[in-house]
Design a protein around this ligand. Structure first.
Ligand code: DX5
Ligand code: ZN
Length: 217
């Protein structure tokens, strides 16, 4: 993707799940670029969200692409199934697997883009060896597990380091940020090199979702 174009991925963890179809319609009308689908297993993070059947159901109700964020241990066991259930981009955590390269290969073999994520305390250098193999790096700007948390400013430096490294290597890498993103925090992440902004609470609690999407760009 063009890293100079800002894209918005809407985390449906923050939506009214009992009315997922109308929430997806709302996102389409508001011109969100992706549906961000947070999968939590209660092991890698202290929370359980939703998984394959919900992805399949949601996918059938919208033409928006699905950006699936796997917060699960051993993602290699599930990547193929998430791809088959409708994921367009699959992002897994570096802390969750011993086989990062294998996971990237699985995403590709199943026709998906590949993203690698790091938690706030994981050093930026963890992703450096894989940058040329990846479509996207997701820098968590809160501890993964829950929506509605406060943005962690110390993660800005890592976004900058990853963008600098990608530029040095001549890569048009997407850098996504996730957690506490709003009109108040979006400028700093963009200035430091992020180009795909995930937002849940901010979008779904806004009175005018189109304006909220626009305010992030
Ligand atoms: C947190 C999830 C996020 C979360 C973002 O673990 O990965 O995608 O839904 O929610 P907000 O925008 O409310 O911080
Ligand atoms: Zn997420």
């Amino acid at each position: 993707m063009d890293k100079d174009k800002i894209l918005v991925s809407a985390s449906i963890l923050g939506c009214d799940l009992a009315n997922i179809e109308s929430e997806l319609n709302r996102l389409e009308s508001a011109k969100a670029d992706f549906v961000h689908f947070d999968v939590m297993d209660g092991v890698f993070v202290d929370n359980i969200s939703f998984g394959l059947p919900v992805l399949k159901a949601a996918k059938s109700k919208t033409s928006l692409p699905f950006d699936v964020h796997l917060m699960i241990t051993d993602p290699e066991n599930y990547i193929s199934e998430f791809a088959k259930s409708g994921a367009d981009i699959i992002t897994f955590h570096s802390e969750a697997t011993d086989d990062i390269k294998g996971c990237i290969d699985l995403c590709r073999q199943n026709g998906c883009k590949a993203g690698l994520s790091i938690k706030p305390d994981t050093p930026a250098a963890e992703v450096f060896p894989y940058l040329d193999l990846l479509d996207m790096v997701l820098v968590m700007t809160v501890e993964p597990g829950f929506g509605g948390q406060g943005f962690l400013r110390f993660t800005l430096e890592k976004i900058r380091d990853i963008r600098n490294k990608a530029d040095e290597l001549g890569l048009d890498l997407d850098i996504q940020v996730d957690g506490g993103i709003s009109d108040k925090t979006c400028c700093e992440v963009k200035e430091n090199g992020a180009n795909i902004l995930v937002a849940g609470t901010y979008l779904f609690r806004s009175d005018d979702m189109s304006k909220a999407v626009e305010s992030l760009k």
